[in-house]
Design a protein around this ligand. Structure first.
Ligand code: ADP
Ligand code: MG
Length: 307
């Protein structure tokens, strides 16, 4: 379906992306992760055809995605892109924004479609509100609904929930990603939030230092992070005997142990406490059922619990 083949890109002299390769199938959900400045947004914009590649090809089915040098109007009908800074029409209503690109030829069909999209992004109550009167998170939801209006074959989303409060985020994410799966719309999501990935993404691409650091399923990368950057995306972690051990894989033991830590701080996390401690001068993290007094000496063991 979408094939990204050996692409290179730079805005000026310094390369931003080098030798990037991956592909996605119809209905597949790919997450692109990486630190701020690692090139996630640039990669989405390249796939959208906003810049010319230095090298390499991007193909959707048999069609080559061309940059502005070879394509007068940026973008293609089968692909929608929701930018980090969404651009909406402020002086018209939510429903008018969403219906902006839908044909007026079948008004009933149009109305039904807008209602369906308002359901997906949970904005029914605001259908008549002018966009300028919405919050940042509400605007972001309008932008998502508008991108879906004409059922693209693939949607590119740049940190799609970054402006949405945590009360709404979980249910919106479920609705949106389930909707895309149901309609077999391929999606690429640039994110730095593991909640956007776990439970939804089929594959994950990790960008670092202009390159693909890893490209695999979330399960494989979670279970075998083999790199501190990848581990840190999922959870607090430690490096013990040259192995990456998540905080939840280090547990208190009554048995004799080589791993003895002195507690420095306990953080309430809801259903557990994150404990910060020291082994010699190294800071480590583990999880416990209750808080632990500062200065306590704790024996720990490693339990790898992979699914
Ligand atoms: P991310 O989305 O992962 O935070 P970006 O793709 O926005 O990363 O940026 C990647 C790199 O390219 C950064 O070093 C950034 O400063 C640079 N960059 C982004 N946009 C432009 C631009 N329009 N002109 C020049 N450099 C840019
Ligand atoms: Mg970005």
């Amino acid at each position: 379906m979408l094939q990204v083949k050996n692409i290179y890109f730079s805005y000026k002299d310094t390369p931003v992306l080098k030798n990037i390769n991956f592909s996605i199938k119809q209905g597949e959900h790919l997450s692109i992760i990486g630190e701020s400045g690692s090139g996630k947004s640039t990669l989405l914009k390249l796939i959208h055809g906003e810049y010319d590649l230095l090298k390499g090809d991007i193909l959707w089915k048999d069609q080559e995605i061309l940059g502005p040098k070879y394509n007068l109007v940026i973008g293609y009908d089968f692909m929608k892109y929701v930018a980090q800074e969404f651009e909406l029409m402020p002086f018209i209503s939510v429903e008018e924004n969403i219906g902006k690109f839908l044909s007026n030829f079948y008004p009933n069909k149009k109305r039904k479609r807008i209602k369906e999209l308002l359901d997906v992004v949970e904005l029914n109550a605001f259908s008549k509100t002018k966009v300028k009167d919405l919050s940042g998170g509400q605007k972001q939801r309008v932008a998502l609904a508008r991108a879906l209006a004409k059922e693209p074959e693939i949607i590119l989303m740049d940190e799609p929930f970054s402006h949405i409060d945590s009360f709404k985020k979980q249910s919106l994410r479920r609705r949106l990603f389930n909707y895309l799966k149901e309609k077999k719309i391929s999606c690429i999501v640039a994110t730095h939030d593991k909640e956007d990935v776990l439970g939804y993404a089929d594959t994950m691409l990790v960008l670092s230092d202009t390159k693909v650091l890893a490209y695999n399923t979330p399960q494989t990368l979670y279970n075998k992070p083999n790199n501190a950057l990848i581990a840190s995306f999922f959870n607090e972690y430690n490096i013990i005997n040259n192995t990456i051990v998540y905080a939840n894989e280090l547990i208190i033991t009554e048995e004799k142990s080589d791993i003895i830590a002195i507690v420095t701080q306990s953080y309430f996390k809801g259903y557990y406490y994150l404990i910060e401690a020291k082994i010699n001068n190294d800071i480590i993290f583990f999880e416990a059922k209750s808080s632990i007094k500062k200065g306590a000496e704790i024996a720990l063991k490693i339990i790898k619990n992979t699914l």
